[in-house]
Design a protein around this ligand. Sequence first.
Ligand SMILES: Cc1ncc(COP(=O)(O)O)c(C=O)c1O
Length: 377
Amino acid sequence: MPRVSERYDGLGVGFAPYLQPPGNDVIRWTVGEPGFDTPNEVIDAAIQGLKDGKTKYTRGAGSLELCSEVSSYLNEKHGIKYSPEDIIITPGAKQGLLYSFLITTMPGDEVILLAPSWASYEPMLKIIEAVPVHVPVRKDNFHPDLSAIKNAITEKTKMILLNSPCNPTGAVFTPYEIQEIVNIAKENDLWIVSDEIYARLVWVDYPHVSPASLPGGMERTIVVNGWSKSWAMTGMRLGFLAGPPDAMKAAAKSQANSASHVPTFLMDAAKVALKCDKDVEKFNKEYLKRRKIMVEGLSQIPGLRITEPEGAFYVFVDVTGTGMSDIEFANGALEAGVQLIPASLITGGEGFVRISYASDEEIINEGLIRLKKWLIK
Ligand SMILES: Cc1ncc(COP(=O)(O)O)c(C=O)c1O
């Protein structure tokens, strides 16, 4: 029997064991998926694309119309000024992240991750033999520790990976922090990969700021974003990359030699989605309501320390006050009928659980009733 390559030995699968569909009557607070239907206009555009025969090979980076729309969208919403030629439409943000890691590192190069960070980054870096270096965020508010980042840089460091608003912590980094990280990257000639998939889900009174929009940031930042979260399009697998011309030429080569392009008939649907501001706002209003119910409900449970989430749709809860480890807490919660994620599955998450409030109010309320019944004696 031939042996599977050693690349996969010990490779993690992140939160996967706790993301499996649980038995009937278990409340799922695990999945990072919007609890809304995809906007009707988007569905109609996808069906129309099929009817119009858009089922053949096409431009690898994505249709020029869609790339132009993404370029204008980035400029209008986030002050990012990459031209349509410097946009690549990818099968989900995830595939875009993989390309961006391939573009910015060689085997053995170090990448700074702000821990705890999204579960897929580390395995993805390890697959391509880059070396993740976890720099802990501040424990009080999950914001970056700027001097710790500076101290972690070595001759092998090539890239800093940012994710703001952050999964799993819900932190939204301030404009000052982002500018400081750009300055650090500039001083050390590093790339920044900025995963901005939650850019429209911000609940604080300062905006999401992309490093690509700041002085010194544009020439060293690859922006990764996509349609999954704000437009409730997770299953359509649509994301995009934007960055400096040389990096995007390399991204185009990565895509040409792997995925080719995203499904042709979905490109018009993606274009339509970018105009669906009303839906995005409607979803955001609901998320704000759900966030309030979740935070207030959890705050009534003794032993839990809640940091109010600033963005995305996750609460990152310190459970050490219950006397349980996060794994014990998650297993106990499952027995009580609520599935959530113990964060020690990722580096820097020990003692915390990640709770998604993307699901509807009924699910949030029922989960809170179950947790209270279990934990309030
Ligand atoms: C931080 C982060 N980046 C990227 C992704 C992947 O998004 P996509 O569905 O576009 O691949 C997710 C999905 O959960 C995420 O949380």
